[in-house]
Write a protein that binds this ligand. Structure first.
Ligand SMILES: Cc1cc2nc3c(=O)[nH]c(=O)nc-3n(C[C@H](O)[C@H](O)[C@H](O)COP(=O)(O)OP(=O)(O)OC[C@H]3O[C@@H](n4cnc5c(N)ncnc54)[C@H](O)[C@@H]3O)c2cc1C
Length: 486
């Protein structure tokens, strides 16, 4: 069978690996001219390596963990997590440590936080519709304002009372003030009982010696060594369909000079749902095009700066809740793996800015962004007395699929329509399913899509955020549910 796969990120490469290892003819189209791994790639710049956001490797799926271990072998490091929150000119350990939090907040503020929490628990709100409602209910208002509000608003560019509660329930699942305090006193061992671990709090994770891109470069090499074809600099621009099937895929090089048409028995797509619908020829009905155009994305800029000191701070990353700077999170890549930095005399810091494609941040020149990141690191006191000696800006469109009030019904309409209009097409991965996921979920949907082509019958929407396949119909089996905000 001939199978076309759109995108060489974790989802597309996992599907291609599974199919190629069963002797199928796979062709992977990747629009990037040089890198595989998608958002999980590692950028190389003057000997420094850095991620698009630091990528922790942690999964409750044994199959995914085993896959990583098999591919990476001794290059898979186990790293301790050190991360803090910067708020109101203080560093708070995260996950929370009672003494540190108490010292930073003082007795008065701590008592007010506990009182606030007691208040919301004794008279809970009638409706929990927004992110703000959800967090206030689980942590109390004062803690919400300190530890959730500003950071969440930086990430999404939307006030928390306009973000759906569904998003909070999915991302901070299993976490509330009581479980956070319990974890602070009795930290769990993340390697022993995975089912009990709250993902947000894990204190150890695995990480490839040279970043996540190393994994995906090796997977891509294995796919081609098994006979698969990987076409780089090939953006899929058109999917022709007829009689309920995709009959061909057109791709184009970035200089616009070479266009090819291939025919396949099956197609797997990881390209953003909005772009996929636009690429259908003939066009899909107006209602489906409208649903696709309504899907929204949040974009991302990372500014990597090389600093002339190797000893700036111990964290892997720091969340910047403080509203006086625009930066949302700062990575210290040498603390993820010492092999990411070529000398032991420098550091490479990644300042992460969440934005919308075309807004002021996104459109700023590289020079202005490098200057902004340097200024803000100085304001935060993280590089005081040291110099920036090099830097690189990377813009990442569609880094986050947005969960607004309508995304679920829009995705449902499109998926329901494609089930009949394109029966040999499967949607997988993050933007491919418009699903805010981690690599493990993307990979699992790729493995199962491949197995469907090999004769199984998996419902890819039944893979939950922990990359587990849920046999029973549960809430998580649906495209995640949004509680409409009035
Ligand atoms: C800031 C940030 C931090 C993250 N941290 C973590 C973490 O700590 N741990 C973790 O496991 N996950 C993390 N993730 C999530 C992880 O990056 C994604 O889950 C994963 O990359 C999704 O894989 P994918 O293959 O579905 O999509 P992508 O990674 O987006 O790959 C899709 C690929 O398709 C290509 N493509 C798109 N359109 C076309 C087209 N028309 N033609 C050809 N090619 C096309 C793209 O160029 C890309 O290479 C993070 C994500 C972000 C944004």
């Amino acid at each position: 069978m001939k199978i076309g796969i759109i995108g060489a990120g974790p989802a597309g490469l996992s599907a291609a690996y599974e199919l190629a290892s069963h002797g199928q003819q796979v062709t992977v189209f990747e629009q990037d001219p040089n890198s595989v791994g998608g958002i999980s790639r590692t950028v190389e710049y003057h000997g420094y390596r850095f991620d698009i956001g630091g990528h922790r490797f942690f999964s409750k799926s044994q199959e995914v963990e085993d896959f990583w271990t098999t591919i990476l072998g001794d290059d898979f490091l186990t790293r301790g997590r050190i991360s803090r929150i910067f708020y109101d000119d203080k560093f708070y350990d995260y996950p929370l440590k009672p003494l540190n939090a108490f010292r930073n907040m003082g007795a008065w503020n701590t008592s007010l936080c506990l009182l606030d929490y007691a208040k919301v628990k004794t008279s809970p709100p009638k409706d929990i519709k927004s992110f703000e409602d959800w967090v206030v209910y689980h942590f109390g208002r004062r803690l919400y304002e300190m530890f959730f509000k500003t950071y969440t608003e930086k990430v999404w560019g939307t006030p928390c009372d306009q973000i759906s509660a569904d998003w909070a329930a999915q991302r901070i699942k299993g976490l509330n003030l009581i479980s956070a305090i319990k974890h602070a006193f009795f930290p769990q061992d993340s390697s022993s009982d995975k089912s009990a671990v709250v993902k947000t709090l894990i204190d150890k994770f695995r990480y490839p010696k040279l970043g996540p891109g190393m994994l995906w470069e090796q997977v891509a090499a294995k796919i081609t060594s098994m006979g698969g074809t990987l076409l780089m600099d090939r953006k899929v621009v058109e999917l022709k369909h007829f009689n309920g099937r995709i009959i061909s895929i057109d791709s184009l090089t970035s200089n616009g000079q070479s266009r090819t048409t291939y025919q396949f028995d099956h197609v797997i797509s990881t390209m953003p749902v909005r772009s996929l619908v636009r690429a259908f020829k003939p066009n899909l009905p107006q209602s489906i095009a409208k649903a696709a155009e309504s899907l929204k994305y949040r974009d991302f800029v990372t500014v990597a700066l090389v600093i002339d000191s190797s000893d700036l701070f111990p964290d892997n990353w720091i969340y910047i809740h403080d509203p006086k700077v625009k930066v949302g999170r700062i990575q210290n890549f040498g603390n993820w793996s010492p092999f990411m930095v070529p000398t032991n005399k420098t550091s490479c810091l990644g300042s992460e800015y969440f934005c919308f494609e075309g807004d002021g941040l996104w459109s700023s020149s590289d020079e202005a962004l490098l200057k902004l990141a340097e200024q803000e690191l100085n304001t935060l006191g993280l590089i005081r007395g040291h110099s920036v000696i090099d830097g690189k800006v990377v813009r990442v469109p569609k880094a986050y699929p947005v969960y607004d009030d309508d995304y679920q019904s829009n995705v449902n309409s499109i998926v329901d329509y494609l089930r009949y209009a394109a029966q040999n097409l499967q949607l997988i991965g993050r933007n491919g399913m418009h699903r805010y996921n981690n690599q493990d979920h993307a990979m699992m949907t790729g493995f199962l899509a491949a197995r469907n082509i090999l004769g199984s019958n998996y419902d890819l929407w039944a893979v939950n955020g922990d990359a587990e396949y849920l046999e029973e119909v549960t809430e998580e089996r649906q495209v995640p549910k949004v509680v409409a905000k009035t």
